[in-house]
Design a protein. Structure first.
Length: 186
């Protein structure tokens, strides 16, 4: 019977290790994957901020574990613009395609006019907005009856491409999860 007692004890330990919420290895794996995902997203936002993406440095991430569920969140001013990008020519560069799934179509936001640049203006401006206060610093070519003519203009912006930090963090988690599980459940 001693063998049966050891077997039952080993099965009980295995059950405790594999059931989240018991302080076993499953909890350790959940904590490790949540922290990894949070840190990965943090580094993506940091890199974007260093590259000049406005508001990227203001975004904070957090992870919370509740039972058998880990949640990683990002919050901050301009999060949608940072995560999904701005500018009609940049929004669809997102490999996650999440922006389109949630109704964020390619468009440009005018901070000066506080409105979206949508058709027909988006077609006329080719998805760009003039930067306020820059008239005369740029030039554009217009067609006249005497041919093309260069005239003073504003400087124009197209925005920035999507950072996709949360999407990239999730993809990194999927790639690294088997290694984490093997390390913990060896």
């Amino acid at each position: 019977m001693t063998g049966l007692t050891h077997l039952l004890r080993d099965l009980e330990e295995l059950k405790r290790d594999s059931t989240p919420g018991n302080g076993g290895r499953a909890d350790e794996l959940l904590k490790r994957t949540a922290l990894f995902t949070k840190n990965y997203a943090d580094s993506e936002y940091y890199i974007a901020g260093q590259s000049g993406v406005e508001h990227a440095a203001d975004i904070t991430t957090d992870n919370e574990i509740n039972g058998d569920t880990a949640t990683v969140t990002a919050t901050g001013e301009g999060l949608l613009f940072v995560e999904f990008g701005t500018g009609i020519n940049n929004n669809y560069d997102s490999p996650s395609q999440v922006a389109g799934e949630y109704g964020f179509s390619p468009a440009s936001w005018s901070m000066q006019n506080r409105q979206w640049l949508l058709p027909p203006r988006s077609i006329m401006f080719k998805g760009k907005w003039p930067i306020p206060g820059t008239f005369g610093q740029g030039t554009k070519i217009i067609q006249t009856k005497n041919g093309p003519k260069e005239v003073k203009s504003n400087l124009w912006t197209e925005g920035h491409p999507p950072v996709d930090a949360m999407y990239k963090a999730f993809e990194a988690l999927k790639a690294n999860y088997p290694t984490f599980a093997k390390d913990i459940f060896k």
